[in-house]
Design a protein around this ligand. Structure first.
Ligand SMILES: C[S@@+](CC[C@H](N)C(=O)[O-])C[C@H]1O[C@@H](n2cnc3c(N)ncnc32)[C@H](O)[C@@H]1O
Length: 358
């Protein structure tokens, strides 16, 4: 008989493993799942701090939590994002302006909007939806169940419906649009500053949040003081197999009219700078064994150099688990103002941690 110990606050609960099985995760890793059974006579796995609430699988009440901010978004997100500090006396972060969508830098010119599809209401037929047909496999990239959409797999780029499409906001090809859909919480970590965790169960493929900030030319960033909140928009490089933050299928053909192949630079032309303005994504830490991946999405316009960047669940993420993605820095690639190589130790705690972020 196999049993496991579950720790919740100071309590230890032992459960029998009833059944276990293997599933394929989105990133093609094997995921082992265990169905647990309470031993006869044991108390249920719940404390007075833990409640089950409808779809929101697990929600910690605030009784023994120190809330330092009721909503870091100041009411801008659909769901409030509480900030908790049970570690030290650091107050909620300030010094940045919360923004739910990208701010456009002065020298950045946005392309004109894509023409969009001619569907009405909601797009249902991938053969006739002009946006669906731009995707790998000429299909809709998402499955939508009970109002929640999930990507079928990581893609070089996802084409969603946008501003000039005939369909409306309920369309199944607009899953990333309309703000956050899972309850998130910011919390103070012992060794990584602030971090973000989910209070909901997030299924694999679900877009969790957009990485927002000031969209600026990467070259311009050399003139300003570096910060820890930069995200290069490397959609084009990913599409062309020139690198990029995450492993991709690498099977999307390059057929974008905006850019001539000979003009393409190895380095992304644009970067989202969340140093002074951004959203909850700027607080998501790095892990060498992450539960989110970076996904570029095109909707209103189709220039991949200016794609929107999302963090998407790579697996089931249970309530209270910290969210993380792989920052994917090249080792020794970060230099200080004195031009000396900077090093930053990694505290992600993964079994196969690479020990350094950069
Ligand atoms: C984008 S910010 C993430 C939010 C940050 N923790 C905060 O408090 O604002 C990136 C910075 O967080 C810290 N960080 C993120 N992941 C880390 C990790 N795995 N180990 C150590 N520090 C980490 C590093 O200081 C890094 O430069």
């Amino acid at each position: 008989m196999l049993s496991v110990n579950i720790y919740n606050n100071d309590n230890m609960f032992q459960r029998v493993v009833d059944r276990w099985w293997k599933e394929s995760g989105l990133s093609r890793f094997d995921v082992y799942k265990f169905r647990l059974r309470r031993i006869t006579g044991q108390p249920p796995l719940t404390t007075n701090q833990v409640h089950f609430i409808k779809r929101r699988a697990l929600h910690l009440s605030s009784t023994n939590k120190r809330t330092v901010c009721e909503d870091i978004s100041g009411g801008q997100e659909n769901l409030r994002i509480r900030v908790i500090n049970e570690v030290d006396d650091t107050p909620a972060p300030t010094g940045f302006k919360y923004t739910v969508s990208n701010q456009i830098g002065e020298d950045v010119e946005l392309p004109s909007s894509a023409s969009g599809c001619k569907c009405i209401g909601t797009c249902t037929d991938h053969k006739t939806c002009a946006c669906a047909r731009l995707n790998y496999g000429s299909d809709f990239p998402y499955v939508v169940q009970e109002g929640h959409g999930r990507l079928l797999g990581a893609m070089d780029v996802v084409y969603e419906c946008g501003a000039n499409c005939g369909c409306g906001p309920e369309c199944q090809n607009r899953v990333s649009q309309g703000g956050i859909k899972y309850q998130l919480e910011m919390f103070r970590t012992p060794d990584k500053g602030w971090g973000v965790r989910t209070l909901d169960l997030i299924p694999p493929g679900a877009p969790v949040c957009e990485y927002t900030g000031l969209l600026r030319k990467t070259a311009e960033l050399e003139k300003v003081i570096a910060n820890d909140y930069l995200m290069e928009v490397d959609c084009l490089q990913t599409m062309l197999g020139m690198g990029g933050r995450q492993k991709r299928r690498g099977n999307v053909s390059f057929r974008n009219p905006f850019i001539k192949a000979e003009d393409i630079d190895k380095d992304p032309e644009f970067t989202i700078d969340a140093g002074s303005t951004g959203n909850v994504s700027r607080f998501i830490n790095h892990s060498c064994d992450p539960n989110l991946f970076v996904q570029c999405i095109l909707s209103d316009f189709h220039d991949p150099r200016l794609a929107r960047v999302f963090l998407v669940a790579s697996d089931y993420i249970p309530p209270l688990q910290e969210l993380s993605y792989d920052y994917n820095y090249a080792l020794n690639s970060v230099r200080g103002p004195d031009n000396k190589i900077k090093r930053l130790s990694c505290h992600c705690g993964a079994a196969d941690c690479r020990k350094r972020l950069y």
